[in-house]
Design a protein around this ligand. Structure first.
Ligand code: ACO
Length: 323
């Protein structure tokens, strides 16, 4: 069987770091509240004029370099984002041009915070189907552009950034010892639209709009649904939670992450955490966490990694892979 194996990782975070204290003069909040309720200590914000595709291109270059692969060897670019530069064309085609590519095909995936998991599952399906050999999968966001700076319940949570993986087709032996993406589990339920959405768009207001969230309700769904989807993906891979080396969760809130790890029976030593430094970067948070952990030398070949995420839609899912 053909498997999608991770050949390289890369990420980019904008230079501007915003500590929690920055919000104290803007809304009625404290560093203490943000730390204890979310685990976030700081986040990066893109500079004026710096776009999602700018971040994505930097992350992509870093991943290609890490993989030792040139852009002309890439067949497909998939960008997970909800904050594209423009309504169209896709950020992925901007990345394609930015990398100097004229061949292949590129498109965006929009599943908000679950976007990277959706993009990985898409890339895996294309590689298995023989439609692509090498896929650049990127999560890139500039959520700072859709913040309502008067809403303390949301503006303190999000950050900007991008992460990327290079996936390559590899022929496995068909045993679970093989590397690569082993399984995925995707879900959505559009009846939860009002829990988390942006109140603008092309066919409604004609504006970009601002993020609106019923945080405590999203929180409850997250705690319930994330362990479930991870469980289903593991089951599909023929694995159990005790065989997991790393949980690489979407980095929205430390309390959600801890509750999910606990439900899965995983100690926090097995969880990759970047939420303190990055905040919630939506579709970028999982590849940012993977790339950060890889750069720190924490991931070893053969490690079983579970990723999971939930976001607007609601949309949620999990991908299991062997590093
Ligand atoms: N500073 C101080 N107080 C605050 C702040 C703040 N920044 N934000 C909210 N509060 C207050 C609320 O107003 C409320 O006050 P009240 O009781 O007087 O009304 C109180 O804190 C408790 O509010 P809750 O919303 O119940 O607080 P909770 O403990 O749930 O934490 C949070 C809020 C951090 C937003 C949490 O619900 C959360 O993380 N939710 C999930 C977010 C998430 O994961 N989103 C999904 C991914 S994002 C995506 O897909 C784009």
């Amino acid at each position: 069987t053909t498997r999608a194996v991770v050949r390289g990782t890369g990420h980019y975070l904008p230079e501007r770091v915003i500590p929690n204290s920055w919000f104290e003069s803007k809304v009625d909040t404290t560093d203490e509240w943000i730390r204890t309720r979310t685990g976030i200590e700081r986040r990066h914000f893109a500079a004026e004029g710096q776009t999602t595709s700018d971040l994505a291109i930097r992350a992509a270059r870093a991943a290609l370099e890490n993989a030792g692969i040139a852009a002309d060897q890439i067949d497909t670019i998939i960008v997970a984002t909800s904050t594209p530069d423009l309504t169209f064309p896709a950020v992925a085609t901007m990345v394609q041009a930015g990398l100097g590519m004229k061949h292949g095909f590129a498109f965006d995936v929009q599943a908000v915070c679950a976007g990277f998991v959706y993009a990985l599952a898409n890339a895996d399906a294309m590689i298995r189907a023989g439609q692509a050999k090498r896929v650049l999968v990127i999560g890139a966001e500039t959520f700072s552009r859709i913040m309502d700076w008067t809403d303390r319940g949301t503006c303190v949570l999000f950050g900007d950034g991008a992460g990327a993986l290079v996936l390559e087709a590899a022929e496995g032996q068909g045993s679970s010892a093989d590397r690569g993406i082993l399984s995925s589990d995707l879900n959505s339920d559009g009846t939860y639209r009002d829990l988390l959405y942006v109140d603008g768009g092309v066919s409604t207001t004609g504006t970009a709009g601002y993020l609106r969230m019923q945080g405590n309700l999203v929180f409850r769904h997250a705690v319930e649904k994330l362990a479930e989807t991870a469980h289903r993906a593991l089951e599909r891979a023929g694995l159990t939670a005790d065989q997991v080396d790393w949980l690489v969760p979407h980095q929205a809130n430390l309390r959600i992450i801890s509750a999910t790890a606990q439900k899965m029976g995983l100690p926090m030593e097995k969880v990759v955490l970047t939420v303190a430094d990055h905040g919630n970067t939506s579709a970028a948070s999982i590849p940012l966490a993977l790339s950060t952990a890889a750069a720190e030398g924490r991931l070893t070949e053969g490690d079983v990694i579970v990723t999971e995420a939930i976001g607007g839609g609601l949309s949620w899912g999990s991908v299991v892979l062997r590093w």
